[in-house]
Structure formats: C-alpha cells, structure tokens
Design a protein around this ligand. Sequence first.
Ligand code: NAP
Length: 250
Amino acid sequence: MAEASLFGKVALVTGASQGIGRTCAIELAKLGATIALAARSADKLQAVAAEIAASGGTAEAFAVDVASEDSIKTGAKSILATFGKVDILVNNAGITKDTLALRMKLADFDEVLRTNLTGAFLLTQAVISSMMKSRWGRVINITSVVGEVGAAGQANYAASKAGMIGLTKSFAREFASRNITVNAVAPGFIQTAMTDSLSDDQKAAILAQVPLGRYGADTDVAAAVAFLASDAAGYITGHTLDVNGGMYMG
Ligand code: NAP
C-alpha cells in the first residue's frame, strides 16, 4: 500500500484508547489520515493522540460513550465541528459480559448489545451524511469469529457480533449508491486486554483450533482495516474479512 494513501481523509475510530482500536488509529494515521479517537477514557485517548503526534500524525481525543445515544450525538457533532467531515468510521468499541445463558442477566445482555451493536448503528447514522456529501466513505465494523460460530458463555456477545454482520450488509446496500463501502472485519483470538482475562486452559483450547498455530496481533487486524479503508478496496462492500489464522473458514 502506498505511503500516505489516506492523506486528506478523516478517520473516526471508536475504542481507540487501547488494544485493536488504538493500533488501527495508529496505522490509519501512518497512512496520512487525520484521526478522531473515541472512547470513554479521555486520559488514555490523550496518550494515544500524543503518540500519533510524536510520529508526525494528527489526532484528537473525544470522550464518547457508545452505549449512550446522547454521548454519540454530542461526540459526532463535536468531531464534525472540529474536522469538518468524517470519511472513515471504524466501529471498534466493544465489551464482553460472559456467563452461561441460563445465568445471564437481562441487564448484561442489554449492555453488550447496546455497546457493541446499537452503538455502531447510532454512530454510523450520526456521521453517514458527511460521507454522503463527499460521495466517498468507508464504514468498517469490528465483529468477531464468535459472531460467525457462536461461543458457550457468550450469547450476548455472539448475538451483538452476528448482528453487526447483518448491519454491515444492510448498510452496504443502502449506501452503495453514494460510493460508501461498508465492511466488517472478524478477528479470531487477538492478544489484547479483552483476551488476557481468559484462563490458561481457555487460551490453550482456543490455540488448538488455530491452523496458523499462533494468536493474532492487533497489527494483523489493523492491516485488514487499513486495506478496507484504502482505494484499493473500493469495489468490496458488504464483506466480512476473517482475520483468524484459519480458525473459521466461512
Ligand atoms: P479492549 O482492549 O477491551 O478495548 C476495548 C475498547 O473499547 C477500549 O478502547 C474501550 O475504551 C472501548 N469501549 C468499551 N466500551 C465503550 C463504550 N461504552 N464507549 C466507548 N468506548 C468503549 O478490546 P480489544 O480486544 O481491543 O477489542 C476491540 C474490538 O475487537 C471489540 O469490538 C472486540 O469485540 C473485537 N474483537 C476482539 C478480539 C480479541 O481477541 N481481542 C477478537 C474478536 C473481536 P474505554 O474503556 O476507555 O471506553
């Protein structure tokens, strides 16, 4: 991919305070995009913004809670006022609240759906008119292999991630006429804070299902996001790109 191929573009990345979102933001900044970093922890976002600035990029932090419609509306308004547009949206913010289905509380089911799925829906709705005006746009939703195959103890998370795939395909159909592509990236087991909390037994069981024989890195996911954001991916829409070491071959 050409250096600075995203020069002049504005990319909004949610869940950019750590893990996959942080690495996606850094990668898109390396390619020349101006970055709006969103998550709840303003301090952590400031640190990522400083890191991007230190490497010659441009980024600004916006405290946004994607589980709150008000926060999404205020955040989107502030980002659009600051940068004038959003060209690339990476809906990456996500949480887990794992437990077996029989024990799962409605509140934990709802919170995961509201954060992972409703948040992506509302934020896309809040910035899509900017992409429509530009007649160019990229929406990239970070789903999960769990949304494709399910997982015991993750009914809420799997439902939210499977929902994101349906959302991606529907949005892809709705916005295609405006030259906006909408795709999903489905990571497998990536080493981040989210997966560090799994037990050694759980980690070993997952690794046994990965033909490439290693956990993924956040840079593996960021490379897929950078590709889908690029002009090279301009004829790809409604697709779910698996980044899972062969764990699931759809
Ligand atoms: P992580 O390290 O736990 O980071 C999650 C990010 O989401 C943080 O920046 C967090 O920031 C943000 N976030 C959580 N709730 C939020 C909210 N209500 N509003 C705004 N931001 C919120 O997770 P990760 O492993 O990097 O995962 C990133 C995405 O990849 C998630 O959607 C996850 O489901 C998906 N994924 C991960 C894996 C994996 O193996 N790690 C595999 C498949 C898919 P704040 O706490 O500051 O808000």
